[in-house]
Design a protein around this ligand. Structure first.
Ligand code: SF4
Ligand code: F3S
Length: 116
């Protein structure tokens, strides 16, 4: 199993999650973080640490966010590792829980949405 960063991280990116991860398995894109499923040890520390409640255990990922499993796995190999907390995205609080945030992902990630 792995934990998965879901849609509500987009345009928030609070990064509290990276502070608690014992194996440093978060990777950073421009608007969003992902978890490397091959490195995650399922410790569950990141889930309650996220103010946006954006992180799920794989088996509790909502049906409409299943594509984020693929997005986390692929982008973890493409984006740089992040191990320290940094300031969130501008207007993060306003973006929290907004619908359809996935449209703001980078172009190469959006192609995965087309493939689902
Ligand atoms: Fe890191 Fe644990 Fe979260 Fe996996 S479940 S990403 S190991 S904090
Ligand atoms: Fe994103 Fe939550 Fe981490 S908003 S950066 S998953 S703390």
């Amino acid at each position: 199993m792995t934990f998965v960063v879901g849609e509500n991280c987009i345009k928030c990116k609070y990064t509290d999650c990276v502070e608690v991860c014992p194996v440093d398995c978060f990777y950073e894109g421009p608007e969003f973080l992902v978890i490397n499923p091959d490195e995650c040890i399922d410790c569950a520390l990141c889930e309650p640490a996220c103010p946006a409640e954006a992180i799920f255990p794989e088996d509790e990922l909502p049906d409409d966010q299943q594509v984020f499993l693929k997005i986390n796995a692929r982008q973890a190999g493409r984006w740089p590792n992040i191990t320290e907390k940094k300031p969130p995205c501008p207007d993060a609080e306003q973006w929290e829980n907004q619908p359809d945030k996935r449209q703001h992902l980078p172009e190469d990630v959006l192609t995965l949405l087309d493939e689902q």
